[in-house]
Design a binder for this molecule. Structure first.
Ligand code: SF4
Ligand code: MG
Length: 341
């Protein structure tokens, strides 16, 4: 069966205004620079990387809230690349949960209207009885009480506000929710509750999530597969278990080595890999492998040759890595050796 979402060679470049006497183009920030992945119905793909790697921009481009420079976004069998979030028919089926539960809800709107607004926009509020039932049902779905509908966002905690945001996202019965750091603004004790709500909803409603986060422990908890981004590219993609058990890309290895392990014996024995230096500018990404300026394994060819995201499915279903350590050129076959001799 076709995937729910397919993203092909997506690029989002932000041109800088021309500068100087000759009005020369100052170039473009290559926030997303050739990203491809697919997502199945009912699946969670974690999208991880340091801030500024392009993961949020990728999410916004998929939602068509960000113009695409090139590439394609296919959703539920339709090419939506040239549609816009505001007018696109796909938007009922693809929703977003934002990072900031304090800033993303209009403080002057009651919960009833926050949750019901998507229904109003689509003219689904014509039968008052059904409409009120629907709002009560949505609140219940995310673990809130129906009598909370007449209160304002400021009367709620961060975790409750994020539940309101989720209820709003669910109103139009989407098949995909883009979650951009949905729990990173919440207290650690509240994060697990919201993550559990998302997981329960997935099981019950068959939702797919593109789960954008920098917290690798949260991503591990709820993702089926994980894609790691660095400077606008996916450098590794794998099943959750393959990625966390045996990361192949040096950048993934470094990211994971910085996550504390619960088992104190493992915690003491493991080696922390320190990545040198700063993330380079996405205005002028390093030539060759973009990670070579910080990679502990960099070789001469890494400075000149850009490693493609190579299929390593013999090491695990759907595995792919962009690193010369894992994409050695195919050995000369026995047949051609015999010919040469
Ligand atoms: Fe490191 Fe080279 Fe692999 Fe890039 S291609 S991650 S520089 S070893
Ligand atoms: Mg972000």
């Amino acid at each position: 069966t076709a995937p729910l979402l397919q993203v092909d060679n997506l690029k989002v470049h932000f041109p800088l205004p021309a500068a100087g006497l000759l009005r020369r183009s100052a170039g473009a920030v290559k926030a997303v620079d050739g990203v491809s992945f697919s997502l199945n119905a009912g699946e969670t793909l974690g999208l991880v990387g340091e801030s500024g790697c392009g993961k949020s921009t990728t999410g916004l481009a998929v939602l068509r809230m960000q113009p695409v420079t090139s590439g394609r976004v296919i959703f539920e069998g339709a090419d939506i690349t040239t549609q816009q979030a505001r007018t696109g028919t796909f938007r009922r089926r693809m929703q977003m949960v934002y990072q900031d539960p304090y800033g993303s809800l209009n403080p002057r709107m009651k919960v009833r209207d926050l949750v019901g607004e998507p229904l109003q926009v689509h003219g689904m509020d014509k039968n008052p009885g059904e409409y009120q039932d629907r709002i009560a049902g949505l609140l219940k779905t995310v673990g809130l009480l129906p009598d909370m509908a007449d209160r304002y966002p400021h009367e709620f905690s961060g975790g409750q506000r994020q539940r309101i945001g989720i209820a709003r996202a669910l109103a139009l019965e989407p098949s995909l929710i883009i979650c951009d750091e949905p729990v990173s603004a919440l207290d650690v004790s509240i994060q697990a509750q919201v993550v559990n709500v998302l997981q329960e909803l997935q099981e019950r409603l068959g939702l797919a999530y593109l789960f954008i986060a920098h917290d690798l422990a949260v991503v591990r908890h709820l993702s089926h597969r994980v894609a790691v981004m660095y400077l606008g590219r996916i450098v590794e993609i794998a099943s959750r278990d393959d990625l966390y058990r045996a990361p192949l890309h040096p950048y993934t290895q470094a990211l994971l080595s910085a996550v504390p392990v619960a088992d104190p014996v493992v915690e003491r024995a493991r080696q922390r890999i320190v990545v040198q230096g700063e993330v380079p500018s996405a205005l002028k990404p390093p030539p060759g492998c973009r990670f070579h300026t910080r990679c502990p394994h960099a070789m001469a060819k890494c400075r000149t040759d850009d490693p493609p995201l190579a299929d390593l499915s013999h090491l695990g279903a759907g595995r792919a890595v962009a690193c010369h350590l894992h994409t050695v050129s195919a050995p000369v076959s026995a047949g051609s050796t015999a010919l040469a001799a």
